[in-house]
Ligand binder design. Structure first.
Ligand code: ADP
Length: 295
């Protein structure tokens, strides 16, 4: 089983010609509410790809929380460790202008209430082969969970987003670090992704740097591998990285070797960029299989 300890948000997306300046009101065109949060996205990507997934986190006692919980549960995800916090469900208030640029306000809400590793979290981690985390929950909690998982022999996969300097004790407990190239550069202090990956892998873990349309790069186990991206027409790259990480975790939990796990992750991410949306764009297992056989 794959445990995902992470954020669940409702994205509130308004499209405008241009974003309002200070004190200004502009009229928007469309408004949509889209379940998101890196934790929920990775959990959904993993479940769609056939993973046995349990989600740990918190939502509020409100409509957004209920909608996210239903979406996860309908995907077959165990939501018994998804607490209902006393703050509203986390929200991301997103304004997308005519050029596609966006401005975002994130209100962590219930996500910010997940501050301690509880007995319920430990019980799920004890049953997991692998735990997947990101940095949208409080850092001390992520660190505590990584250390606990490590002590139990549970593999720890971390997407370090949003990028913040990582405490050494957290990095030391991570088996697989999956940054994109910007996060890798920020964490390692090297702009070059190969150098950044080598430096982040120096502690002995595996590092997979995703490079958008240029694929990915793995450094670990004494080897360096380039993972080409599949050529597709990119429509919307939202959650490509979360799809990649979720499907990589499924491959690793199923015991695939690195090359196969990375190829499946790459295929799933490519399929997701061909369609608009975040969770709605993630492929299922059959689609990934068909894409890999038919190309
Ligand atoms: P993030 O969304 O976290 O910034 P990336 O942009 O690096 O992550 O994308 C993650 C993965 O998604 C890449 O490693 C690649 O496999 C796939 N991907 C992203 N953009 C494209 C694209 N234009 N064509 C094909 N695959 C893509």
């Amino acid at each position: 089983m794959i445990a995902v300890l992470g954020s669940a948000n409702m994205d509130l997306v308004a499209t405008v010609d241009r974003a309002p300046g200070r004190g200004e009101t502009v009229t928007g065109h469309t408004f949509t509410t889209v379940p998101g949060g890196k934790g929920a996205n990775q959990a959904l990507a993993a479940a769609r790809a056939g993973g046995d997934v349990a989600f740990l986190g918190a939502v509020g006692d409100d409509d957004f929380g209920r909608r996210i919980t239903t979406l996860l549960a309908d995907a077959g995800i165990d939501v018994s460790g998804l607490a209902v916090g006393d703050r509203p469900t986390g929200t991301a208030h997103i304004t997308v202008d005519a050029t596609g640029d966006n401005s975002i306000v994130v209100v962590p809400g219930a996500n910010g209430t997940v501050t301690e590793l509880t007995d319920a979290h430990r019980a799920v981690l004890d049953r997991a082969q692998l735990v997947m985390m990101q940095l949208e929950l409080p850092l001390p909690l992520v660190t505590a969970a990584a250390r606990y998982a490590r002590s139990r022999g549970v593999r720890v996969v971390l997407t370090p987003a949003p990028a913040v300097p990582l405490p050494a004790e957290l990095l030391a407990a991570v088996d697989v670090l999956v940054p994109n190239e910007h996060e890798a550069a920020l964490l390692a202090g090297f702009a070059d992704p190969v150098e950044a990956a080598r430096s982040l892998a120096a502690g002995g873990g595996d590092v997979v740097v995703t490079l958008g349309g240029r694929g990915a790069l793995r450094v670990g186990g004494g080897t360096e591998t380039r993972v080409p991206a599949f050529e597709v027409e990119a429509v919307d790259t939202t959650a490509a990285g979360d799809t990649f990480a979720g499907v990589l975790a499924v491959g690793l939990a199923e015991g695939l070797d690195w090359d196969d796990a990375l190829r499946r992750a790459s295929a799933a991410a490519a399929l997701s960029v061909r369609r608009a949306g975040a969770s709605s764009s993630m492929p299922d297992r059959a689609e990934i299989d068909a894409f890999l056989t038919e190309g």
